[in-house]
Design a protein around this ligand. Structure first.
Ligand SMILES: *Cc1c(COP(=O)(O)O)cnc(C)c1O
Length: 377
């Protein structure tokens, strides 16, 4: 059997190695060093935001943001159930309660009407998630909150999966009150582990910088006026990140090219659906996700994915809807099983190999194996 096609390998064709060696040789390997500010500046230029706060990973970036806003016990934060678990865990870390909502049937991102229907006097924020690179409707959410007279509710963009996507030319990171990114090894831009908050609110930025640095007083060393965190990115991570940002447009183009090849081969096959990209969006897909109507259950889907793996093609199922997890069962989602659209979508969803470095031959083999395994019934 020929070698296995990984679901999402990193793609290092720029200065990643050179900058990393430079950082090691400089001796600046922790959270001070010039690559950190260079990376933050470069990433801010990409997102067109005034402030970038680099972090140790995307999960703590989201926690840092919510904490900096003072979100905590007694508060509610609305989150779509179809996302990576970190989107909701960060809410729990603050002591607030995640309130899960449905995703849209066609685009698979947060259902605006359903989210707004769950707003209560306790709601402090809505986290839109740019699932697989498709951007949530932040303008729609903002307009809805205005109609409800609730412009006090913060809008967060979980853009962990959507580096490079744009809406009417506006990049992810700049579309809500603040956004978070992940630079985990399989994300479109990676630093190994890493994350960031982007925002135009420079006061919020300063507060996050203070909090992520153990809450240490900038004028009095080792004096900590309030509880802080160690959520900093290292200079080593930033060195890799700077190199990634410098060739980001190549990464984005390659992601889109892989996706276009999958769509061309599969979108007209009966029963297969890709996410409908909302008008005005130029999506940079993270994972190449599709839903297969033939898969009637999670079990059928997992058996199918196991067959593909036997043929050397790694895939992934969609995220398990978060509201079905035992430790979220006490959250007010109006009962487990109350998000039927999300559950039906997640059970039938699969992600094909998605690395930016995939060759046409690898993409075509993935398609071939997908179709062959699909015909084994
Ligand atoms: C990857 C991811 C995160 C954060 O991940 P980290 O591994 O902590 O960097 C958050 N939200 C979503 C939607 C993600 O896909």
């Amino acid at each position: 059997m020929s070698s296995r096609i990984p679901v999402c390998a990193p793609f290092f064709t720029g200065q990643e190695r050179a900058y990393l060696i430079e950082a090691v040789d400089s001796g600046w390997i922790s959270s001070a060093g010039e690559f950190i500010s260079k990376f933050e500046r470069a990433f801010g230029a990409l997102c067109r935001t005034r402030h970038v706060e680099s972090c140790a990973n995307g999960t703590v970036a989201l926690h840092l943001l919510l904490h900096a806003w003072g979100i905590g016990p007694g508060d509610e934060v609305i989150v779509p159930s179809e996302t990576f678990v970190a989107s909701a865990n960060a809410v729990v870390y603050t002591g607030a309660t995640p309130v899960f909502c449905e995703v849209d049937e066609k685009s698979w991102v947060i259902d605006v009407a359903d989210a707004l229907s769950r707003v209560t006097p306790k709601t402090k924020a809505i986290i839109g998630v740019d699932l697989f690179g498709v951007v949530a409707d932040y303008d729609g959410l903002r307009a809805g909150l205005k109609r409800l007279g609730r412009e006090d509710i913060k809008l967060v963009e979980d853009a962990a999966e959507a580096a490079g996507s744009t809406v009417e030319g506006r990049p992810t990171g700049s579309l809500a009150d603040a956004a978070i990114f992940s630079f985990f090894g399989n994300k479109t831009i990676t630093t190994g582990e890493g994350g960031a908050v982007t925002t135009d609110d420079v006061e919020l930025g300063a507060r996050m910088k203070f909090l992520k640095n153990h809450g240490m007083d900038s004028k009095r060393r080792y004096y900590h006026p309030e509880l802080g965190f160690n959520y900093r990115m290292t200079n080593l991570q930033a060195a890799v990140g700077l190199a990634q940002v410098e060739h980001a447009s190549e990464l984005f183009t390659r992601k889109q090219r892989v996706h276009a090849r999958y769509r061309a081969a599969l979108s007209s096959v009966p029963g297969l659906h890709f996410a409908a990209n909302p008008a005005g969006q130029n999506v940079v897909p993270w994972l190449h996700a599709l839903v297969d109507d033939r898969l009637e259950s999670e079990q059928a889907r997992d058996a199918f994915l196991a067959r593909m793996l036997e043929q050397g093609v790694e895939t992934r199922p969609f995220f398990v809807p978060l509201h079905t997890f035992p430790y979220f069962a006490s959250t007010p989602v109006h009962g487990v099983g109350a998000l039927p659209r999300t559950e039906a979508l997640a059970a039938r969803g699969i992600c094909l190999p998605s690395g930016a470095g995939l060759t046409d031959a690898e993409i075509d083999r993935s398609i071939e194996v997908f179709l062959a395994c699909r015909d084994v019934r």
